[in-house]
Structures are given as C-alpha cells and as structure tokens.
Design a protein. Structure first.
Length: 372
C-alpha cells in the first residue's frame, strides 16, 4: 500500500505544473522535480559490442497504444530509471536508483517499406552552410557521433543523444567502446585562419574534430529487452567527454504540454545521412503526444536520431528568452490509425523524472536539479 501511495504521489508530482499568471509571451513553466539518487552499483561483465548500429527505430505502437498501456508500478519506474554505465576501458556497471519527492519541491511489416524516407510531402529541411551559422548558437550545439547519429551539447563535457545509437536494446553496438563525438569546424589550409566567405556562392569547407567519450549512461528502461516495445519511452543516453568542448551548450528542460509550445512547434538540427557532412535544420508542428513521447511529422532521415528537440520560450526568473532541449529525436514509427496506416517521427519527452535523472548524471548533485 505504501508503494502504491508513493507511486500516486510520484506521478502527481511529476505531472504537476505550477500555474503562472497570464502573460502574452510563451513562458517556461515551473515544475516539481523529484529527486533520483543512486542506491547501489554493481560491476557487470564486459559487453561484447556485437550489435549493428541502427540509425532509426521502428515501432508499430502508436499514440493510442501508448496511451492505453497501464501505468508502471513504483518498483517498475525505479527499475526503468536505473541505468548502466559504460566506460572507455570497456568496463560496465549497473546502478539501482531511489526516487524521492521533497515537500519543498517545486514491427509492422507494412511500415518497413516507408520507414527509410521519413519525408512528408515537400522536403522542408534546411542545410546550414557557412561558419557564421554552423559555429554559432544554437546550431553549434549539434554534434555527430562516430556510430552515425547526432547528439546535442548539454554541459561542458556532456552530450545528450538517443540510446539506440549506443545500444540496440539487447547489446552495445560496434564502436560504442571507442565512441567519439565530432565537432564541425572550418577546414583551414597552410595554417591560415580562413577567409570569411559566408556571403560567397560557395560555402566554406568544414571538417569534424573528434573527442573521445569517457563514459556513457543508458537507462534500464531501454535495455530491458526489445527496442520495438514500450521501451521507446526510454530511448535516450548521456555521454561524458574526456575533455571539455569549450562551446556554448543548450540546457535541458522539462517538456511542457504540446498546447503550451510556441505555435505548437518543435525544432531540431541533425546530420541526416542523405546529406553527408551537412547539418540539417527543421521545424514542424506536434501532431500528438503521450506522457513520454511527442509525435510529429518533421522531415528527417536516419542519422538525425539523437538530435535535441528544443523550443524557445520566456524565462520569467531571468527576464530573457531561452532555448531548452525538451526531447530527444528517436526516429520513425509506423502507426495503424483505426485501420489506416500512418507514419510519424517520434521524440522522447524529457519528463520531470527524466530531467532529474539526466541532470544528476551531468551535475552529480540533486540540489542543482530541483528546477525543470
């Protein structure tokens, strides 16, 4: 009974948005963020790194399927938010977590024929050219993973991406142990600083500079068995780099309801594999949502997986506009809508629980993770 009442309290707190006074600006709401703390850590056998990297995840479970799924129990939530940590030397640990509420807190075979495209009507993606754009915020926060996915800078040494870029749900992918993160930079010749040719008809040539990953966190909710089931709710991972990247990063935030997003739209940039070496930006309307997922039809190709989905809203406490990552682009879902096939691109929402977990991974201190 105590576990059930705690779960009810947990879910209520996680979904509770502190009301704000009416304001003409789309404003970041304040959330009651739970506390997630490690309880015990076990050493696991070294992984085999035998899975093939997949740049997209296909699932037949659509909005209605997810909405009709039973709420997890308190113990299940704790299990899903427990996590594995993979280190650069190949060692692996599993950490069990506790969840606390502080009183002062504030495979569809039909779908496979279409999943490769992920373009809806006219292709509305924009390739970003010129160092004055690529090297400036927010585009400069997008990075490329050596496994082929995209990630987003969320701290001085941390990158947020999709779990399936590292782990296929059953095993770590080839290359995960020697994972690197690529930063797009101008390609200089003969030691020159490079001329500013942003206004030229020819875009400046760019190259990737790579930094090794020190360790990787993946939630157990993704590892529990099959990437094509409800585990898509946990398709996110955090990478810690071996050294700081020295770029401006984008903060994470709790995902507001879709109706509260400016224009109902989301934005993200990624390295789509049909435009090699190009950073591709897009925005689109959110079509549907569950507590853990955003369904939209942003044009995207494999390779964009792991991109940080962000919006720009007014931060009342700081009196300024601020972009925050509210989700992680996961990939494609083929959905049977009352007998009519329909496909969506899906992003994992950063819920209060996920915010608490990711923030703790970054900061190592729950006191700095109380405001979402």
């Amino acid at each position: 009974m105590a576990g059930l009442s705690t779960l009810i309290l947990l879910l209520c707190a996680a979904k509770d948005v502190m009301p704000s006074s009416s304001h003409w600006k789309p404003t970041w709401p304040s959330y009651r963020v739970p506390v997630i703390l490690p309880q015990s850590t076990l050493n696991l056998d070294k992984p085999q790194f035998d899975a093939e990297a997949r740049l997209e995840v296909v699932s037949p479970c659509g909005p209605a399927c997810h909405k009709s799924s039973p709420l997890p129990t308190y113990e299940e939530v704790k299990h899903y938010l427990s996590y594995e940590t993979l280190y650069a030397n190949g060692s692996l640990t599993e950490t069990e977590v506790g969840i606390y509420i502080l009183s002062n807190g504030g495979d569809g075979s039909q779908g496979k024929s279409r999943t490769k495209r992920q373009i809806y009507g006219y292709d509305s993606r924009f390739s970003i050219f010129g160092k004055d754009f690529l090297l400036n915020y927010p585009f400069s926060t997008s990075v490329k993973l050596s496994t082929g996915c995209t990630g987003t800078l969320v701290a001085e040494k941390h990158v947020l991406t999709a779990a399936h870029c590292i782990h296929d749900g059953k095993s770590y992918v080839k290359g995960a142990q020697k994972l690197r993160v690529g930063f797009l930079k101008p390609k200089h010749k003969d030691g020159s600083k490079g001329a500013n040719i942003t206004n030229s008809a020819m875009p400046e040539k760019m190259k990737f500079q790579w930094i090794r990953v020190k360790r990787t966190h993946v939630p157990k909710g993704w590892i529990k068995g099959n990437a094509n089931d409800i585990g898509m709710d946990y398709d996110y991972a955090l990478l810690e780099l071996k050294k700081p990247h020295k770029r401006k990063f984008m903060k994470i935030g709790v995902s507001p309801p879709a109706r509260h997003l400016p224009g109902g739209r989301i934005h993200f940039s990624g390295y789509d594999n049909d435009r090699p070496g190009n950073l591709v930006y897009r925005f689109c309307d959110v079509k549907d949502e569950t507590y853990d997922l955003l369904y939209q039809q942003c044009d995207a190709q494999p390779g964009a997986s792991g991109s940080g989905v962000y919006v720009r809203m007014w931060k009342r406490q700081n009196h300024k506009w601020e972009r925050k990552i509210i989700g992680i682009f996961s990939g494609h879902q083929w959905v049977d809508m009352n007998g009519t096939p329909q496909d969506f691109n899906v992003a994992v929402r950063i819920t209060p629980l996920k915010y608490a977990q990711i923030c703790y991974w970054i900061k190592g201190n729950y006191l700095d993770c109380r405001e979402g």
